[in-house]
Design a protein around this ligand. Structure first.
Ligand SMILES: [Zn+2]
Length: 382
């Protein structure tokens, strides 16, 4: 058995220990401050005699420290990455508070917990709405303001333990019940701060349906602070752009959006007028088909051209947009022209595309190839 110093004093960041056994990649110590992976918490990072600890696992009470290179000394000094450990403690204790609050308020059960690189998540077995998120967030943060002291009860078995545990206890020896009075009570082997105040803040972000559960995304403590700082910086940029402050930002944004939409409408109307003139210029009523080439024409406007020409006459329309490097061939189905048959050759010209009997389209890497294909189609139509 390895003595678990993190259970005695969770705030220890360094200690001395003796190596009592070595495997190929791991060392076993008489005592350790390294928390092994378990209870939804990741293993601690850090060093043993300056050698990086890659992973820490527990098997039958023995803690294996997987090290980057084997350590030859028997007396060693341990040091854990406290920044990482405290982050895990904040997220983990935040999970206890949230799970307890949701159980109290809505009788929902936490069925899964994950500390991600960015967000932390819990999977609840009840439907969680936006209104519920606000209520849960308020109640959870109230538990932080009260700075409640956590209570730890150790037992060899559950007989004689009279505590309202939220979840069935799955271990049958060396049980530790973690209680946050009036909030939560659950068996847990993780690392916890002494008081809820150390969690700092619990910020809920969103809820998503996931495999029949409702997954809540949240951040606690310093993670939430970093997130707030980043978002404050983003809002600062927007406020500079819109000459606004936090209060007026959204109004300015909507006003600007409406203005942009008006400008877009005006541009489309003007552009369509220009296209109409261009169609008039290129229209050749003597021909059995219409061939039109545009320097600038969007994919959407290509459909507009087809409609405009079709409204004037029933004909086969071949159009090419140099800005899109795109070709279209179309008719209303009454012509004896199989557009898809003609476009079968498009790959021989370096393009890609296809279509149906009535309409076919394709794109090219460059306009020279596209224009050669246009000539080929014209020959096929004549
Ligand atoms: Zn815990």
């Amino acid at each position: 058995m390895t003595k678990r110093l993190f259970d005695e004093d969770v705030y220890m960041t360094t200690c001395h220990a003796n190596i009592i056994e070595r495997t190929d990649q791991a060392v076993i110590l008489d005592q350790t401050i390294f928390f092994p992976t378990g209870g939804g918490q990741y293993a601690d990072k850090g060093t043993i005699n300056g050698v990086e600890v890659i992973d820490v696992k527990e098997k039958a009470g023995v803690i294996y420290h997987y090290v980057k290179e084997m350590i030859t000394e028997d007396q060693v000094e341990l040091s854990i990455d406290w920044e990482k450990r405290f982050d895990e403690m904040q997220q983990h204790c935040g999970e206890h508070i949230l799970s307890g609050v949701i159980k109290l308020l809505y009788d929902g059960n936490n069925k899964g917990f994950h500390i991600g690189k960015d967000y932390v998540t819990i999977d609840m077995d009840i439907k969680i709405t936006g209104d519920m998120l606000v209520e849960i967030e308020d109640k959870a943060n109230e538990a932080i303001y009260k700075n409640i002291e956590l209570d730890f009860t150790y037992a060899d078995d559950l007989s004689g333990v009279d505590l309202p545990v939220r979840k069935d206890v799955t271990v049958d020896e060396n049980i530790r019940i973690v209680t946050i009075p009036e909030i939560d009570c659950v068996a847990c082997c993780g690392t916890h701060p002494h008081r809820t105040g150390e969690v700092g803040i619990i910020k809920l972000y969103k809820v998503e349906k996931n495999k029949g559960m409702h997954r809540i995304f949240f951040k606690c403590g310093k993670r939430a602070l970093r997130d707030l700082r980043r978002k404050t910086d983003i809002i600062k940029v927007f406020n500079q752009e819109f000459s606004s402050d936090d209060e007026s930002l959204l109004d300015r944004y909507y006003a600007d959006k409406a203005k942009s939409e008006d400008l877009k409408k005006a541009y489309i109307a003007l552009n369509r007028k220009q296209i109409d003139l261009n169609i008039e210029d290129q229209l050749d009523t003597e021909k059995s088909y219409q061939r039109m080439v545009f320097d600038v024409l969007s994919g959407q406007d290509m459909n507009y051209v087809i409609k405009q020409v079709s409204d004037k006459m029933n004909t086969v329309i071949l159009i090419y947009s140099k800005s899109e490097k795109k070709v279209m061939l179309s008719h209303d189905g009454t012509k004896d022209v199989k557009c898809n048959e003609i476009f079968k050759k498009i790959r021989d010209f370096g393009g890609k595309g296809g279509g149906s009997m009535k309409v076919a389209q394709g794109v090219f890497e460059d306009n020279d190839a596209g224009m050669i294909f246009v000539k080929y189609v014209e020959e096929a139509l004549s």
